[in-house]
Design a protein around this ligand. Structure first.
Ligand SMILES: Nc1ncnc2c1ncn2[C@@H]1O[C@H](COP(=O)(O)OP(=O)(O)O)[C@@H](O)[C@H]1O
Ligand SMILES: [Mg+2]
Length: 262
């Protein structure tokens, strides 16, 4: 099993775009995939052309009201979606922090039925993101490959912006609540731009061997959600489809990182 927690506490780094297209790629390749949306903005459903429901699937799962199999919808062949909505923000605010972090990890067994899990996190390092990372850490300790997948837009201080995330990760990994950074994905990349090249080098120095091929900027990726289509449906021959397929394959080939013992 491949278990990926797509996170970056900064908004607009293409977390949702990356989570949706990794999940869509694996599903199209015939892997039984579940896409779990933890962002109260609920954008993954919109990207797949699915109308939001309240109470949302994610809210019911976090409240322990339903089992995984009762809340998924089949968004595409081989692709099950756990859709989120605004109500997830209220659920998160009401979750007892110590217990809330383990709400999803408690359900790890149900997620193990899938060949791939992709989680879209909100732009924060709060209880929702921790619940996601604790689930992935649990799956990895049970033999899954994967970890954190961090989309990064190529701005001059992109690597510096990751320091809070890395500090949190280092503190939580030995406690089994957060897996290592599995990969960094440069997004909205313009390869002609010098800043992009410098950022790519800085990322490679910080995460040797773990920087995926970049996803180039293309208006098609920004347009596809309004059509309720993935890029594989909206523009299958274009750059967006080509680049996300390359990222998905890179992650498939990437060796697992050793677990850091407490
Ligand atoms: N490679 C890309 N080229 C052009 N636009 C992109 C690309 N990746 C993402 N976007 C657009 O950038 C915006 C932010 O992306 P999104 O995936 O929602 O980020 P996040 O989930 O991190 O907030 C969206 O409008 C999205 O369509
Ligand atoms: Mg998002």
């Amino acid at each position: 099993m491949l278990a990926l927690c797509v996170l970056n506490q900064k908004g607009g780094t293409a977390k949702t775009t990356t989570a949706v297209h990794l999940a869509a790629r694996y599903a199209a390749d015939g892997v039984r995939t579940v896409l779990l949306d933890l962002d109260p903005q609920g954008h993954t459903a919109r990207c797949l052309g699915i109308a939001p429901e309240v109470p949302s699937a994610t809210a019911r799962l976090l409240r322990d009201e339903a089992a995984l199999g009762d809340v998924t919808v089949e968004a595409r062949p081989h692709l099950d979606l756990v859709a989120s909505s605004g109500d997830v923000a209220q659920v998160a605010a009401a979750l007892p922090p110590a217990d809330g972090v383990y709400r999803l990890a408690d359900k790890a067994e149900a997620f193990r039925a899938y060949g791939a899990l992709v989680i879209d996190c909100p732009p924060e390092l709060g209880v929702l993101t921790l619940a996601a990372s604790a689930l992935v850490a649990d799956l990895i300790s049970g033999g899954a490959r994967g970890g954190l997948v961090v989309p990064v837009t190529p701005e001059p201080l992109a690597v510096v912006g990751l320091s809070d995330l890395l500090k949190t990760q280092r503190r939580l990994e030995p406690r089994g609540v957060m897996p290592p950074v599995f990969a960094v994905v440069p997004t909205r990349v313009d390869s002609r731009n010098r800043v992009t090249r410098e950022v790519a080098e800085a990322l490679e120095a910080t995460f040797p061997g773990r920087v995926s091929p970049g996803v180039r900027t293309t208006v098609r990726l920004a347009e596809a959600p309004s059509a309720g289509q993935t890029i594989y449906e909206y523009d299958p021959g274009g750059r967006g489809a080509e680049d996300y397929t390359a990222v998905a394959h890179f992650l498939n080939e990437l060796p697992q990182r050793d677990h850091v013992e407490a």
